[in-house]
Design a protein around this ligand. Structure first.
Ligand SMILES: O=P(O)(O)OC[C@H]1O[C@H](O[C@H]2O[C@H](CO)[C@@H](O)[C@H](O)[C@H]2O)[C@H](O)[C@@H](O)[C@@H]1O
Length: 274
């Protein structure tokens, strides 16, 4: 399977560097919408067929394989079958949680999370949340999903202002995403998480980050900052018709999780054949 050609020179140079010097590569991926297809119930999300096996083949070939997700790390590990991927690092809650070798480390959630947990059901009732609106309690944060409403976008719009007000009162930050608004602890994002991993990898690192949603923009920006410092970097958008911003910014756009699965296989083959 041929490697796709990135639309930018910097992206092409980074992909070439990753193939030629895989031991210096940091390969990083978002979970939902990138490794796993979007489904209507968040509890039903699973890695796209073949993705976990391909990650397992790539892991020993590259310097660092990282999943950076808004999910709790252990949930991404379970839904992605990632415990079978040797040496993978999973950063959950936008980088607050670190899962490695079966162990999770994370700071205690701020008190605002408990406040949101207590007040959210009543807020949804009072604001006339559309039928199908659902709360996902992730322990260290809460998400409000509207994908199962008859008009998911209208349902989300109804909630934007009240949820922002609640987040402000609770001292949390608002994370908008694909038919979801999350209220989560401030002070960490996928960009800071990726920058930390890249720093650990050292000055010779080359970085690939693939994502599909607005929360991945911070990681795209981190790749752009690394490039300004001279490190090769490539951004990949797992494309959908729900998020235009990421595709416009990416060095390479592939066709959702099936396209990511093909990219993983092509990258592994190119590394093996170099
Ligand atoms: O950073 P990610 O790994 O992409 O996680 C972001 C959020 O993804 C999940 O929600 C999204 O996927 C669901 C399952 O396909 C879908 O139903 C929902 O509409 C999407 O927004 C997850 O439920 C959130 O907790 C994650 O933060």
């Amino acid at each position: 399977m041929p490697l796709p050609t990135p639309g930018s020179e910097q992206g092409a140079a980074a992909l070439d560097r990753i193939v030629q010097r895989p031991a210096d590569a940091v390969l990083s991926f978002d979970f939902d919408g990138t490794l796993a297809p979007i489904v209507s119930d968040p509890a039903d999300a699973r890695a796209y067929p073949g993705v976990t096996a391909e990650l397992s083949r790539l892991a020993p070939l590259v310097g660092r394989l990282v999943i950076i997700t808004g999910r709790p790390a252990a949930v991404a590990v379970e839904y992605g079958g990632l415990a079978d991927v040797d040496g993978v690092l999973v950063l959950g809650h936008y980088g607050l949680e670190r899962w490695e070798d079966g162990r999770v480390t994370a700071p205690e959630p701020p008190a605002g999370v408990a406040l949101v947990r207590e007040e959210l059901p009543e807020l949804l009732r009072k604001t006339g949340a559309h039928e199908g609106t659902a709360i996902e309690d992730k322990g260290r944060s809460l998400a409000v999903h509207t994908r199962r409403a008859a008009d998911p976008d209208a349902a989300l719009e109804t909630l934007r202002i009240p949820l922002a007000a609640l987040a402000q009162r609770a001292g949390l930050t608002v994370e908008p995403g694909r038919r979801v608004i999350e209220l989560r602890p401030a002070g960490m994002d996928k960009g800071a998480a990726l920058a930390g991993v890249a720093a650990d990898a050292g000055d010779g690192a080359a970085v690939l980050y693939a994502g599909d949603d607005l929360g991945d923009l911070a990681a795209f920006e981190a790749v752009e900052r690394l490039r300004e410092k001279g490190l090769p970097g490539i951004t990949v958008c797992s494309g959908s018709d729900e998020v235009a911003e990421l595709a416009a910014r990416a060095d390479l756009v592939v066709d959702g999780p099936p396209g990511i699965a093909d990219l993983l296989a092509a990258l592994r083959e190119a590394i093996e054949d170099r």
